[in-house]
Design a binder for this molecule. Sequence first.
Ligand SMILES: [Zn+2]
Ligand SMILES: [Zn+2]
Length: 167
Amino acid sequence: MERDTRNDRCCFWREAEAREGMAHFPRVTDPSMTGGCLCGGVRFELTEPAPAANYCHCTRCQRRTGTGSSAQARIDGRTFRLTQGEELVQAWRHPDGGFEKCFCRECGAHLFSRNPDDPTQMSLRMGAFDGDPGVRPSWRTYVEYAAAWEPVPDDGLERFAEGRPRF
Ligand SMILES: [Zn+2]
Ligand SMILES: [Zn+2]
């Protein structure tokens, strides 16, 4: 029996494109504004450089990435669009809520997360960019939960015991 996956997909950008007429944006070729997954099936682009970034040390990010923290650029979802592989993008949301985590179902590469109630709020994984996105992580969240085997570095970045208040 085939599973109906239609509702699993992150299809908000299609709706956004239809609404905003984004389909007519010129293609982006700057590697600081493009990226994709490990297998190359999923590709994305930004219409504006990522404005901010952080490290998240929460236990969900540790599980999700298999590492001590997640480096992520905070972007306005309206500046983001998939250019290839929408059918490969799987969204998963924790039963307790929070942002949807979106990854490639073929290769497992994590790509971005988004607030399902407000698609303008997105985090793009820094490692998913083709080139240097320009922005640098400037704060650390959920440092209370940092992995015992990887202490939070003394790098002077602003730290938050839990999440950072909305800005
Ligand atoms: Zn992939
Ligand atoms: Zn996290």
